[in-house]
Design a protein around this ligand. Sequence first.
Ligand code: SAH
Length: 452
Amino acid sequence: MDIINKDKKFNVTCIGLNDFGEGEFKVGKSIYSVNNLLPKEKAIVIENDYQGIKKFQLYKITSPSKLRCDVNCKVYNKCGGCQLLHMSYDNQIKFKVDYVNKCFKEKKINAKVMEIVKADFIDGYRNKMQVAYKLKDKDIIYGFYEDKTHRIINNNYCQVQSKEQNEIANNVAKIMKELSIPPYNEDKRTGLIRFLIVRFSVYSKEILVTIVTNGKEFKARSEFVKRLRARCPYISTIVQNINTRKTSIILGDEEIVLFGKGYITEEINGIKFNISSQTFFQVNPYQVSKLYSKVSEYLALTNKETVIDCYCGVGTIGMILAPSAKVVYGVESNKISVLNARNNSYNNKIKNIHFVIDDATDYLNKLAKENVKIDALVLDPPRSGSTELFLNSVNKLKPNKVCYVSCEASTLARDLQILLKEYVIKKVGIVDMFVGTYHVETVVLLTRKDLK
Ligand code: SAH
């Protein structure tokens, strides 16, 4: 814990949780929050300014709540990765249900969570680990960023990542030191290794390692690969991704495969998906099949429907729906994801699906102008949600069923307000994709008002 000024300690009482699962308290007249504090708990917090912003860190809980759980993480108070590990699993779920219901209420949406799909695995579930490296007192440290900052929190073991992911991250730091490979320095823009990304497949057990470098030149490349493979023989493939940009975007466009085939294969609901370092894939492979099954269950297709899968990524939802639809069109703005989606449908011999590289709003607006007949529509936008024009186009196209998959309930509620001009909400479910974090995945089924 960085104690900047011992005098800046405050005794506080938690007055409730905010939307990020942080415990709120008052200092003077203002309300602040820290991670790892439960309602009614008393604690000592330390004021700790960061880049001119007044922030607090938890120093000590002086009167713990009965609802508190042990956390197997040394950096929990600082790290931005997880926020709810100190709550029992049932309390985590309650927090998520309450959040979705609160977002609905705020937008005057007359619906509540009706179904909850819990997770079976709480530890080691994340199929993607992403850590940054940094030089500190001649040592190479690594970890995730502190919440809302670019300060790396040194952490040698993360409980939501797998044992292998942790081992690889650890060995990369050791090998960097042995071979004098400097980590990237964000301020000076010097050094070589910026990030390490490790992804695994539950189905094939393959592991993809991506080393993000600040430049193409990587002199120790072959020795680095040799040592890493010798120490972590379970690695299936290693890729160097080059990112010289001054940006917080992790990956660059250029890639060199250093070992293996450059991608791994995951299987969900009997369909195989190739995952490369550039591909978006849901982070919880154990829950993702439950999420997609929920979408299938809600839409209950009968082989006759024309379906549109909007914001389709690598085509996962559309490909799972295709066997029970007449035809599926997937639309996605990321070109690499669409190329992956096309390869995935080809490899799985799914012939009634077609993918379009386009902005989802532009695409739907075009379809609405042409008055194309659509029976069912899925949308799974990023956290920022969809657009007014997209949603009004849905209202014009009037598919019988709309299934909205959302990873941010506040934008979901905002968007539902527009869809509710033509639709009614039939079902609302949450699938716990992001165990230990405040993030919640919600699935909503809407049907046409006029067909009620
Ligand atoms: N349904 C997929 C992906 C969901 S993530 C799955 O379950 O894996 C959201 C996707 O929306 C990302 O792939 C992102 O690239 C895409 N996206 C973001 N903005 C978009 C836009 N304006 N038009 C089309 N796709 C967009």
